[in-house]
Design a protein around this ligand. Structure first.
Ligand code: FES
Length: 343
């Protein structure tokens, strides 16, 4: 194959000028360099559209992106990079041009961001908050300005367990053990309980956001998983489609409530296609304390479970306050491994 992406990018050996970078259109590095020189302010997407590079099998895309951002910083190329290249105004829609004009009038002010996530508590589980302010891939020394993260941890009933603040400079990262903030008895349970983590982060100066969004990582006895945090709120009702495999995995639903008001609602499942009319979704009550969290394991009677196994099944959450965040947690039967996603 013409392009062995990972190896060559890792050892930075994409330097032979006559080497073919896109085998589908026989484009050499030298020709790619010439394209960059003659169109120094062209966006990456426009360059691909114009030359046809990376448009067939797409195997070369990562190499092309690497060269697009790294070549301008070497030798006789104009000193520019992907972030500095502007899309020509003439290609923007009228709406975008108006927004760009208005953006240019205002003062740049950093604004705070926030996220909410569940904390899983049980035997053999260690959950961490992980944040980083590293340079974006291939972009040189471009990272976000220093950021201050403020973390609050609550138990399921909404009692504060811990508060932490931490400032991260450019190039730094921070990992905070969240499960350590809960009593030892809860961390020894063979069943899952849940807490709430609220995180707010504030940039100390205007700049780019980079890769600074907080992540949660869940480390268990047989594996780890992670997901980024998101702001809570927006909808009263949410639905997710799952495939039921009760002998291989357990499925939990979590709700975190960062608001000051308790919430009530239901989980309804299985929501099936119209062709299974005789299976009616059951409602399972859920209550979530203000600043608290709740967890529910999906269970069905034996007859229903045997009929929905291996087929898509909807699970609906309906709450009386839209300020919540919902996650789906898949677990190995022994709770030794997890996979988590947000809705
Ligand atoms: S190698 Fe570039 S598109 Fe196929």
């Amino acid at each position: 194959m013409a392009n062995k992406i990972g190896d060559r990018i890792a050892d930075k050996s994409l330097t032979g000028e006559d080497e073919i970078i896109c085998g589908c259109i026989d484009l050499s590095i030298e020709q790619f360099r010439t394209e960059l020189k003659t169109h120094p302010s062209e966006s990456f997407d426009d360059l691909l559209a114009r030359t046809g590079a990376g448009k067939s099998c797409t195997a070369c895309l990562l190499d092309l992106e690497y060269l697009y951002t790294s070549l301008p910083n070497r030798g006789d190329m104009p000193a520019a990079n992907a972030l500095q290249r502007k899309q020509p105004a003439s290609t923007l829609t009228l709406k975008r041009r108006i927004y760009r004009f208005l953006d240019g009038l205002g003062l740049q002010v950093p604004y705070p961001l926030e996220g909410a996530a569940p904390i899983l508590i049980g035997a053999g589980i260690e959950q961490r908050l992980t944040v980083a302010n590293h340079s974006l891939m291939f972009e040189g020394n471009i990272a976000a300005p220093p950021i201050v993260y403020a973390v609050k941890v609550y138990d399921a009933q909404g009692n504060v367990r811990a508060r932490q603040r931490h400032r991260i400079e450019m190039g730094e990262s921070w990992r905070l053990n969240l499960t350590d903030m809960f009593p030892e008895e809860a961390r020894a349970n063979s069943f899952l309980t849940v807490g709430l983590m609220k995180v707010q982060w504030r940039f100390c100066a205007p700049g780019m956001r980079g890769n600074t969004r907080p992540q949660i990582e869940i480390n268990a006895r047989s594996g780890s998983c992670a997901v980024h945090t998101q702001r809570a709120g927006g909808l009263l009702e949410r639905q997710v489609t799952l495939i039921s495999h009760p002998t291989d995995q357990r499925v939990f639903l979590t709700i975190v409530n960062p608001t000051r008001r308790a919430m009530e609602g239901v989980f309804q499942y299985p929501v099936l296609d119209d062709d299974v009319e005789d299976i009616v979704p059951l409602s399972h009550q859920i209550s979530v304390a203000a600043k608290g969290a709740a967890i529910h394991e999906i269970t069905m009677d034996e007859m229903t479970a045997s009929r929905v196994v291996g087929r898509p099944m909807g699970v609906r959450a309906v709450l009386n306050n839209p300020g919540y965040k919902m996650h789906v947690v898949y677990a190995a039967p022994d709770l030794g491994r997890f996979s988590i996603d947000h809705l």
